[in-house]
Design a protein around this ligand. Structure first.
Ligand code: ADP
Ligand code: MG
Length: 400
């Protein structure tokens, strides 16, 4: 378990009247100057409210989209101000240029409990280079540093990594803490049986996840397109299913290494194409006709996977079981989501990581019925791969 110091470990004097420089993940979708999905804003509210209640002056930093290292109005964080004001029920100041001397003045004159948002950190040429001078400039905007942007923690950028070495204390926010607690807890001290459910499009993107999880889990259940590559490794024809030809040997090796730990679907739902979804039918794993593709796990596999999940005390799920964007191929994914919800109700700890998996469980209306849905797509994947996230590593360790 990565024990990092958090805002809860800061005593009152370290917070009251002090400027908290808080890295959040406000990388939200914006259309016609309006935030169209405020999930990420809401995820940061507990940390902002906590600091506000304790009398800090709060300065928020975030990136948005992928501007090319310079200001681009298309990627301005300005539209986030109104959305944030609505959520907080108070005005939010905007700092268009953090490098201007007026910016430091503004942060110092913020009343206790007030909030300011800094323009997109990726407008700064040094941000993505993890440039120390850029970090030093950012550090002038606060008296201590808080990182609540788990979704950006896998990138060593000036606002996530370098600044955490310059501005102390550097601590985790409440969302970051929750992510580390659930993802970290599952990986380092899972209650057993510990079951991983993996799916999604490509085995290539998940090999390191499988490798890292294999020695830790009791069972690993594979669905989604990546199952097809395993079917090929077992000698089956897979028709027009999505297969990574160059990973078949790798899949073979993983199958041998995993033995009975790894469970593959016994059958799937096939169709001639996504456009011809209406012609779907079930087929055994090794009986996919030429020209047909497997787009989901079948009912028997749903039941088998649900049964294994039901017996688990810890479940980590990453990757949809099928093409969940195109019904009826969402059925297997929804079945797994329901299985996780049922396991949670029965006392298991259940964690969902990955952008599409999070979207799928949200779509199924079950996001609130699992222990934790990670807000970090790429970051949660790297975490499951066992990698050290630079934005986490740079934070202060918790001292006993
Ligand atoms: P996550 O974002 O949760 O890590 P991935 O990005 O790895 O998940 O995979 C999600 C994608 O996998 C979805 O777009 C889904 O349509 C696709 N997918 C899942 N199963 C299949 C399949 N059998 N054939 C083709 N695509 C699939
Ligand atoms: Mg994805």
């Amino acid at each position: 378990m990565i024990a990092k110091r958090t805002i809860e470990n800061l005593d009152a004097a370290a917070v009251l009247g002090r400027r908290a420089l808080v890295r959040v993940d406000f990388n939200v979708p914006i259309k016609d100057g309006k935030v169209t999905d405020d999930t990420r804003l809401r995820a940061a509210i507990p940390t902002i409210e906590d600091l506000k209640d304790r009398g800090a002056r709060i300065v928020l930093l975030s990136h948005l989209g992928r501007p090319k290292g310079g200001p681009d109005p298309k990627y301005s964080l300005k539209p986030v101000v109104a959305a944030l004001e609505r959520l907080l029920g108070m005005p939010v100041a905007f700092i268009a240029d953090p490098a201007a001397p007026a910016a430091v003045e503004l942060t110092k004159q913020l009343p206790r409990g007030a909030v300011a948002l800094v323009e997109n950190t990726r407008f700064l040429p040094g941000e993505e280079r993890n440039d120390v001078a850029t970090a030093r400039m950012l550090a002038t905007l606060g008296d201590f540093y808080v990182n609540d942007a788990f979704g950006s923690a896998h990138r060593a950028h000036a606002s996530t990594e370098a600044v955490a070495h310059l501005l102390k204390p550097a601590v985790a926010g409440l969302l970051m803490e929750k992510e580390l607690e659930y993802l970290g807890g599952a990986l380092t001290s899972p209650r057993r049986p510990f079951v991983a459910v993996l799916g999604g499009a490509k085995i290539s993107g998940k090999i390191d996840v499988i490798r890292n999880l294999l020695p830790k889990v009791d069972r690993i259940l594979i669905g989604g397109a990546m199952a097809n590559t395993f079917f090929r490794a077992k000698g089956a024809a897979t028709g027009a299913s999505l297969v990574e030809e160059d990973r078949i040997a790798m899949a073979k090796e993983l199958l041998e290494r995993a033995g009975a730990k790894l469970a593959l679907p016994t059958g799937g739902v096939i169709a001639p194409s996504l456009e011809r979804a209406g012609e779907n039918r079930e087929a055994a794993w090794n009986a996919v006709p030429d020209g047909w593709a497997m787009y989901d796990i079948d009912a028997a596999t749903e039941r088998a996977f649900a049964g294994i999940v039901a017996g688990a005390k810890t479940v980590v799920w990453n990757g949809p079981m099928g093409v969940f964007e195109t019904p009826p191929f969402d059925h297997g994914t929804v079945a797994v989501a329901k299985a996780l919800a049922a396991a949670t109700a029965a006392g298991a700890t259940t964690v969902v990581g990955g952008g599409d998996s999070a979207a799928a469980i949200e779509q199924a209306g079950l996001a609130g019925k699992v222990s934790h849905v990670s807000t970090g797509g790429g970051a949660s994947l790297e975490f499951l791969e066992g990698k050290v996230l630079p934005g986490v590593a740079a934070l202060d360790d918790r001292t006993p």
